[in-house]
Design a protein around this ligand. Sequence first.
Ligand code: GAP
Length: 480
Amino acid sequence: MDKIVSLAKRRGFVFQSSEIYGGLNGCWDYGPMGVELLNNLKQAWWRSMTLRDDIEGVDASILMHPRVWEASGHVANFTDPMVDCKQCKSRYRVDVLLEELSLKKKKEILRELEPTTFAGQLQDQKVLDEFEARALLDDIVPKMIQLASCPNCGSKGTFTEARQFNLMFKTSMGPVEDTNNVVYLRPETAQGIFVNFLNIQSASRQKLPFGVAQIGKAFRNEINTKNFLFRTREFEQMEMQYFVKPGEEDKWFEYWRAERLKWFVELGMKPGKLQWHKHEKLAHYAKAAFDIEFQFPFGWGEIEGIHSRTDFDLSRHEEYSGKSMKYFDDQTKEKFTPFVIETSAGASRSFMAFLVAAYDEESAPTAEGGEEMRTVLHFHPRLAPIKAAILPLVNRDGMDEIAHTMTADLQKYFRVFYDDSGAVGRRYRRQDEIGTPFCFTIDSQTLHDQSVTVRERDSMNQERIAISAARNYLMDKLGS
Ligand code: GAP
C-alpha cells in the first residue's frame, strides 16, 4: 500500500486534501492523472448503465429536504456506537475497538467474563469465533469495553458508555443557524433517485422494469478513516435503482449481481481478486444483500453492494411526504409500489481497487540488452489516464515536427502526451508508471515512409504502423 500511495502522489493521481495545512482527515484530492482515471471510470460505468433502453440518468442535488432522511431511516438508524477514553479523550467506534484487540487480549477478556467456559482448553480460532459471536450481543459489549485498554494512552477501564453517533454531516440553510433549518449533506445518492421516481417515470415514459442511474458525491462523518481512499468522509458513489414488479425482484437481483461482477472483470480485474460476500445481518431496508469484494493489500474489502430493497424506500417517502409514489400499470390498470434492486458502487473505492489491481513491479529489458525493474500500471486502455505518448526519437531532423503534428491530430479525440526529454527507454518507464497503454515513436524511418513504431505497455512488443492509421488503431484498442 505504501508504494502505491507514494506513486499516487508522485505521479499526480491523489493528494492529501489541504496538504499544506497538514491535511484534512478522510478527504483526498485527485491530481491530473487521478481526475482522468476517475472520469474514465465513471464514464465506463455511465455508459454501461445508460447505453440501453431501460435505464435513465439523473443528477439530484446534494442538499435535500431533511424529511428525506427521516423517511429513509438515516436520522434514526445511520449511527455507529462510540466510546470516548475519559483519560486521553480519544474516540473509538465500538466494533473497531473490539476488532483491534489482540487475540491474547480477547482471550483474557473472555476468561474474565466467563471463567468456567474459557478454562484455556479452547483452540484459538474457537476463542475468536466465540468472541465475535458474543461481541454482537449487546449485553456483553459494555463489559468488554470496560476490560479493554485504550489503544492511544493504554489506560484500562476509562471508556465511557457507548453512545450512538449519527454519521450524517449537518449544516444549516439560510443566514440563521438554528435547529429549525438543519439540512444534511447526503450520505448516499440513492434517495435523490427515490424522491424523483415518478418525475423520471412520467418524463421518460418508462415502463417497469426500468432503472435510474446517478453518479455523485456522498458524505459520511466516518469515525475511522483508514486505508487511503477506502473509507473517506467525502466520496463518490455510482448508484442505480432498478424498479421492478413485486414478485420479480429475485430474478432481477440475480441479473444485476451477474452484470455488476462482469463490469469489473471487463475492465481488467482478475476474477480471482474478486469475491462475493453475502450479508447475514441485513440493513434496515434490505431483503437480500451481497457485496462485491476486492482483495486489497490489507485484506478483502467491499467495493460495491447489490441490494434487494423491497418497496421500503418508495413506501416510506409516500408515508412521509403524503404524496403517492405508486406506479400505474396501464396494461393491467393496477396501481402498486414497485420493488427496487440497487447496485451501489463507490467510485473512489473502485478507483483505489483499479489502481491496486493495476500496480506491478517487474523486470524489463533495457535498450542496451540488460534487465531493469519497471513499475507499471496495467490499466485497461479505457481507464488509462493517457491513451498514448508520442515520442520523437531525437529532437531534430524534423522528427519533433512530425511528433507535434501527430499529437495535435490525435488530441482531437484522445488524451495523448508529447514527450521529447531523455532517452526513449526512460520515457517508456515514465509512461509505464502512469499506465499509458501505447507509445508511438517517430524515428528516422518515419522521415522516409510516414510510419511509426507502436510499443504496447504490457507485452512491450513493438510494431510499425502508418501515422495515418494511428487514430483507428487507438479507437480499436479502446473499443469505442
Ligand atoms: N445506497 C446504499 C449504500 O450507500 P453502502 O454499502 O453504504 O450502500 C455503497 O455504500 C458503496 O459506497 C460501498 O460499496 C463503497 O464502495 C462506497 N462507500 C461507502 N462508504 C464509503 C466511504 N466512507 N468511503 C468511500 N467509499 C464508501
